[in-house]
Write a protein that binds this ligand. Structure first.
Ligand SMILES: [Zn+2]
Length: 306
């Protein structure tokens, strides 16, 4: 794993600053013996492993300056496990609520694209909001297999590539909890800009590394993760959109709702204790409830100018 890193340090993927603007942020804590098919799964139990990261002094983005190759990342996600279909439905509910103010500003309800769609739970919400055509891209075979049959025709297996779609054909493009994972988030956002109709909107959900909980947990935060190639703050996620030609850029911090047994996954505690508590909770009356919490998730959006 460690040998797959590129030889030359990459520039800041947000502002393009070089290594002279980079200061150490996280040390390399990867342990090959602990990397498995679940390491690249959505909503896994946190492993607290990360690549070495630097922080850009000019734009505040934290990023892996020697990332694995695009091909190696794509292979990791293609083979990843998937066991969080139920949590995907809860996440889609939270995203749909947070998206309401954005949808009120958007006129078109033609086609919607979701990059990193998982089981397409959120596309289902967009269909309920009136979008006529639903398209999702997802690299994980296991996630697609976990999608209900009626959603599978919406999903294209693979990593997102602009050439697979017609330019200026979408009213809405979403990318939730995925911008941290890609090798070049600026290129993804620029491609989305080409694919949006004028007046269309791009919406992202990212972790806010400067949110209270993430600052309190530090290295024990679930955002410290081998999958993450960069970590945004609320400010840097908006700046990424402004840099790539979007206007009326804005954003909002929002609350997630999950079962208690899912929240328990994210709490730093010994694995044995966590497993025992989780088995007690699963299937109990308590776990039928949903608990809301602000864990530093941030939705940002920007419109393509007319
Ligand atoms: Zn930068």
């Amino acid at each position: 794993m460690k040998n797959e890193s590129a030889g030359i340090a990459r520039l800041c993927p947000l502002c393009g600053a070089g290594s002279d603007q980079a200061e150490p942020f996280l040390s390399d804590t990867r342990d090959e013996s602990r990397v498995s098919a679940s390491s690249f799964a959505s909503r896994k139990v946190p492993e607290y492993m990360s690549h070495a990261m630097v922080r850009c002094r000019s734009c505040d983005l934290a990023y892996v300056d020697r990332p694995p190759s695009v091909a190696s990342l794509a292979a990791s996600y293609h083979e990843a496990d998937y066991d969080s279909a139920e949590e995907a439905e809860d996440a889609a509910d939270a995203y749909a609520r947070a998206l309401q103010p954005v949808l009120r500003l958007l006129k078109g309800r033609g086609a919607a694209l979701e990059i990193g769609t998982g089981t397409a739970a959120f596309l289902e919400k967009l269909g309920e909001s009136g979008f006529a055509k639903l398209v999702g891209v997802e690299p994980s075979r296991a996630a697609i297999a976990a999608a209900p049959a009626h959603r599978q025709p919406w999903i294209r297996e693979g990593i997102f590539e602009e050439k697979d779609f017609e330019s200026e054909s979408f009213d809405l493009i979403c990318c939730f909890m995925t911008l941290e994972h890609v090798q070049d988030p600026g290129a993804l956002i620029a491609s989305a800009h080409h694919l949006l109709k004028p007046g269309g909107v791009f919406v992202a959900v990212t972790h806010d590394r400067r949110a209270l909980l993430n600052r309190l947990l530090g290295r024990r935060s679930p955002i410290v993760d081998i999958e993450h190639m960069q970590l945004f703050s609320a400010e840097s996620s908006r700046r990424l959109l402004q840099h790539n030609g979007y206007e009326a850029v804005d954003g909002v911090s929002f609350w997630n709702r999950y079962r208690p047994s899912y929240w328990l996954r994210l709490v730093p505690m010994p694995d044995g204790l966590k497993g025992a508590l989780s088995r007690m909770l699963r299937g109990s009356w308590l776990d039928r409830r949903r608990l809301s919490a602000n864990v530093g998730n941030f939705m940002s959006w920007g419109f393509k100018p007319h």
